[in-house]
Each structure stands twice: as structure tokens, then as C-alpha cells.
Ligand binder design. Sequence first.
Ligand code: SIN
Ligand code: CO
Length: 372
Amino acid sequence: MSLQLLGGMSPQQFLDEYWQKKPLLIRQAVTDFPELIDLTRLIELAVRDDVESRLIECRDGRWHMEHGPFRPTRFNRLPASDWTVLVQNVNQHVDHVSELLYRFNFLPYTRLDDLMISYAPPGGSVGPHYDSYDVFLLQVGGRKRWQISSDDAGNFVEDAPIRVLKDFQSEQEWVLEHGDMLYLPPKYAHHGVALDPGMTYSIGFRAPKTQEVASRFLEFLGDNLQLDGMLSDPGRAATATPARIDADFVGSIQAMLQQISWDDATVQRFIGEYFTEPKSHVVYEAPDDALDFDDFAEAVAEHGIALDLKSQMLFDAEHIYINGELLECAAEAMSVLQQLANARALPPGDYDDTVLDTLYECYDYGYLHVAG
Ligand code: SIN
Ligand code: CO
């Protein structure tokens, strides 16, 4: 299946040739934007305290960065050029932006992170830099000149609040117009400068560091560990050096620690919980006037359901996970819940009570809503 989003390539062709390997410019990757976001709407998000945002300016050759939440008036005091406002996770707040992010669902949700939107007037830039993650940079309105370089070895500008490469040497450059998109693998240096006012939608990916995964796994293990036994020393000899940690004692503690073990099932459950864990600023809102179970079942039959934009749902062979938790559910409900996790929605239909019970519980937590 070829995708316009990937310049007429199939997802597999793109993954084989470009993913994590080399950049790709795709002219007119998106021509059917469901809707566009304007600067006013972006600023409405940048003033919220449950949304991460930044303002980056370059004044007289010096970089400045401010973190949101911003006062609305902050945006009245900006010059006509040379600044960029960036808002993270817009997909969690705006339906049509979430729809765009999930067009990239040829990659698993464990890898797909968020859609960030930046707006910049002419001259706006965050400087030459590289990111540790893959990114698709989609131009929405206006024009931006992108220069890129495979050389990631440069030094960074000292005393700058953001990581800006000091000796960036462009190897290739393009001007991106509305609907054009640039894919960059991790650590590929890039420098975008707005030519006309416009936005960049950055589709970002998640690639946790080994250290992070290991320490989170050890926490998970600590929370779930159930070991038997306690220290005992029936054959102990008297000591003349009571402060000494002797070899026998080390051996006893070592034997205890060697009882710590895990298997694939443990790792699977860890993945399910860790990769669906909500980001720190996320709150789910229970419905104001919650429907009772029967009305909910009727509404689902008529309208179907959609996951909340902030919900993360994954499954493995035996379990369903949502928003950092294992979802208890009947075996008969599994396949419909897997369908919900993949599509993030279920069409109208008469679902089994085992399915509806689980959906109702999630509805009550604000994890999903009746569609429409
Ligand atoms: C931008 O939106 O201008 C910056 C995005 C990036 O370089 O990652
Ligand atoms: Co970047």
C-alpha cells in the first residue's frame, strides 16, 4: 500500500530505506488537512499550565528561552521577526491534530510520542541542532528553509539556554511549503528558519535510554516482588570482631538476592504499564453528568466510542493496558478491546456485556468517551 504521506512509498519501503538511516524530503505529503490551527488557538494552549510550551528568541546574536505557561499578554510584546513559540503534545488537546499524528500508525504506539507545533514569523528559528529521536517536520502554512547536515560532531554554543551547534555546515537545503515534510533520523543536524509566518508540526518518536528503562524496571520489580524466607544462622560461631561483615554473611545476603528473577511475562507487564503511563502533567476528567450503565450501553450502540486524546492503550497476547495500568477484563472481551487499542475507537454496535463492563469502567475514569 503506497502512502502520499510517504511520497508514494509503502510504509515498509520507507522503513527499509530511510527509517533511522537517512533523511527524506516529501513534497505535498499532506494535502488534506482536516482543519488548521491558528496562532490564537496555539497561544490558548501555551497559556495553560497542563501544556508544555517554550518561547525561543534570538536577539543580537544571543539565544533566549522562556518556558510556559505564558501570560496571554506576553505574545503582544513580541517583535515582528526572529522568535518561535513551541507547544508540545498538541495531539492530546486538539482532535484533528491527534488524527494527523495517528496517520503515522504504521509505527507502533510504543514508539510514537507526540505532535509538537511551532509557530514562527520570518527569521524565527531554534538554531542549528540535532535531536536524539527520529522526527517528521511537516510545514503547515508559510515557508521555512531547512538546512541539514550528517555531521553531528560539532560543539555547542556556550551559555545558550538551548543546544545550538556552533559550527553547523549545511550539506543540503530546501524551502518547505504548506504540506511538505522532511524526515530526519536521530542525531541528524538541522537548521530551520521561517521565511514567511507559518507552523511546523513535529511528529516525534519515543526511544527511552537503556538507563531509564533499567531503572524504571527495577522500580517495577520492587513494587511487584514477593520473596519468601528470612535471614537465619543456626550454625553461627562466636565473634571477637562484631563490627566485621564476614564472608558467610555476604553469602547469605547474596543467596537472598539471587531469588530475584523475572521472565518474559514480567517484562511484558512492565512494558504495558510503563509505555502507557501518562506524562506528568496529564489529568483525565471523569464525565460531568455520567450516564448510567444502561444509557451508556445504548449510547455506545448508537454512536460508538473514542479513546480520550490523552489515553494510551496497548495490549500483549494476554493483557490490555491503559494509562499505566493493567486493565482487568474477561477473556471474551479481549479481541474487541484489542481492536479499540489499535484504532483508538470502536464503531457503533451491540457489544457483549463483558466488553461494555470494561468500557464503562474506562468511561467513568475519563479514559474514553461516547463518540460523536
Ligand atoms: C521548529 O519547529 O522550528 C523546530 C523543530 C525541530 O527542529 O525539531
Ligand atoms: Co529539531
